[in-house]
Design a protein around this ligand. Structure first.
Ligand code: PMP
Length: 440
């Protein structure tokens, strides 16, 4: 069984091995070319922070399926919650004949998001669907239409969210006309812009005031720490000032915490680490231990502006996913996983700062909790170095470490480990990167 896997990396074939290569050929004949393949080893089992492929290779997982298995693969409490629920019932549709765990997840989201005001939630299936719903909810509440987004943002691959991403290419290229009424402003990227939070916020606000104006602006989306964009931590006070401006102008402030939420940054939601109390939060990824689940949670009066039947969908808040989510929240409490995320930050950032002293291609080490990144540059400049990222990730892959890139310029390596990853494994990852940079 998965929990018998030794927690270490172990490479026994070429990577990808012969079985993965054969499987990849099968895949190419059957799966759309439009579906990416970052690290094409095919997986047989996984436990904690170790993933085992069908050739018997073991990898330390710094990807977590893009930040999903935050409390580790096959967490025993999640496995048993899922098994029990599957054996009871798998689906009734919450909008037809409801069940307790959906309500329980909504209660947990209300309890663990910032602010003591009355909150309500809706559950859906993916991060992008949560964003889509948050737009509907904000439009209905304000009676306004326009959606504000930031430079470097990523919000998904559905029709509306495609229009909200900073990068048209590759996410929207060739996919036809985009959702309308989306306006974009510069964000806060201290490493690049050198601005204080206040200066960056005034610039953002100026853009929104000039491009659209508060009379038409329904909402602003901000990722508290930008995910795909490169894990930029905004300057102090930046998000707070934007939120304040939103409140003054009846604009719904929405924190897209799809990537940064659920213990990832050492708090339940990253907003809390900035002292933010968003009107709405979108959540997904880590919420259900790998089961598909997402949601929008926020101020009751905003959530309740929608009429019955306006929100929902067949699979939204699936009972198996909800049972898994309840187990995830219980594990976060039981195993002090917020503290564990803070430990991961200390160990990983410590190790990466040591590497930065040795390798001037590391321009910046940044992030919070188990959401850490390094931006690679041409030494002595801030010019992007995506080639070094590609090479370092390929090297680590060969040695048994799964890493993902990020960044508008693809020049960021991001670390999204399970918060339970041991210090020993984290330092092993750092040592593999040390070799990778030495080899460059
Ligand atoms: N918002 C953010 C901040 C994300 O990081 C992502 C996924 N990377 C999404 C939305 C979209 O989530 P999903 O892939 O589940 O649709």
């Amino acid at each position: 069984t998965a929990d018998a896997i030794a927690l270490e990396r172990k490479i026994v074939t070429a990577v990808p091995g012969p079985k993965s290569q054969a499987m990849h050929e099968r895949r190419k004949a059957a799966v759309s070319n439009g579906v990416g393949a970052a690290l094409p080893v095919y997986i047989a089992a996984a436990h904690d922070s170790i993933v085992v492929d069908i050739d018997g290779n073991q990898f330390i997982d710094m990807a977590s399926g893009i930040g999903v298995t935050t409390i580790g693969h096959t967490d025993p409490a999640v496995v048993s919650a899922v098994q029990n629920q599957v054996a009871s019932f798998t689906h009734t549709c919450f909008t037809v004949t409801p069940y307790e765990d959906y309500v329980r997840v909504a209660e947990l989201l209300a309890a663990h998001t910032p602010g003591t005001h009355a909150k309500k939630a809706v559950l859906v299936n993916s991060g992008a669907e949560a964003v889509e719903n948050a737009i509907k909810i904000a439009r209905k509440y304000t009676g306004k239409n326009a959606v504000g987004v930031l430079d470097h943002a990523y919000h998904g691959r559905t029709n509306m969210t495609m229009a909200m991403n900073f990068k048209n290419s590759p996410y929207a290229t060739g996919y036809g006309s985009l959702g309308t009424a989306v306006f974009r402003a510069p964000s806060s990227y201290p490493y690049w812009d050198g601005m204080t939070g206040e200066e960056a916020a005034e610039r953002t606000i100026w853009y929104f005031e000039k491009q659209v104006g508060v009379a038409d602006l329904a909402c602003i989306f901000a990722e508290p720490i930008q995910g795909e964009g490169g894990f930029m931590v905004p300057a102090d006070g930046y998000l707070n000032r934007i939120q304040e401006w939103c409140t003054e102008n009846n604009v719904v402030f929405i924190a897209d915490e799809v990537q940064s939420g659920v213990a990832r940054t050492g708090a339940y939601y990253a907003s809390e680490t900035f002292g933010l109390v968003p009107d709405l939060i979108t959540t997904a990824k880590g919420i259900a231990g790998g089961m598909p689940l997402a949601g929008v949670v926020g101020r009751a009066e905003i959530m309740d502006a929608s009429h019955p039947g306006g929100l929902g969908g067949t699979f939204g808040g699936n009972p198996v996913s909800c049972a898994a989510a309840v187990a995830v929240f219980e594990q976060i409490e039981r195993e002090n996983l917020l503290g564990e995320a803070q430990r991961v930050e200390k160990t990983l950032v410590g190790g990466l700062l040591e590497l930065q002293k040795k390798y001037p291609i590391i321009g910046e080490v940044r992030g919070k909790g188990a959401m850490i990144a390094i931006e690679l540059v041409q030494p002595g400049t801030k010019k992007a170095n995506p080639e070094a990222v590609t090479k370092a990730i390929a090297y680590a892959f060969q040695k048994g470490v799964l890493l993902l890139n990020a960044g508008t310029n693809y020049n960021v390596i991001r670390f999204l480990p399970s918060v339970k990853t041991s210090d020993e494994l984290l330092l092993d990852v750092v040592s593999v990167l040390d070799e990778a940079f030495a080899a460059l």
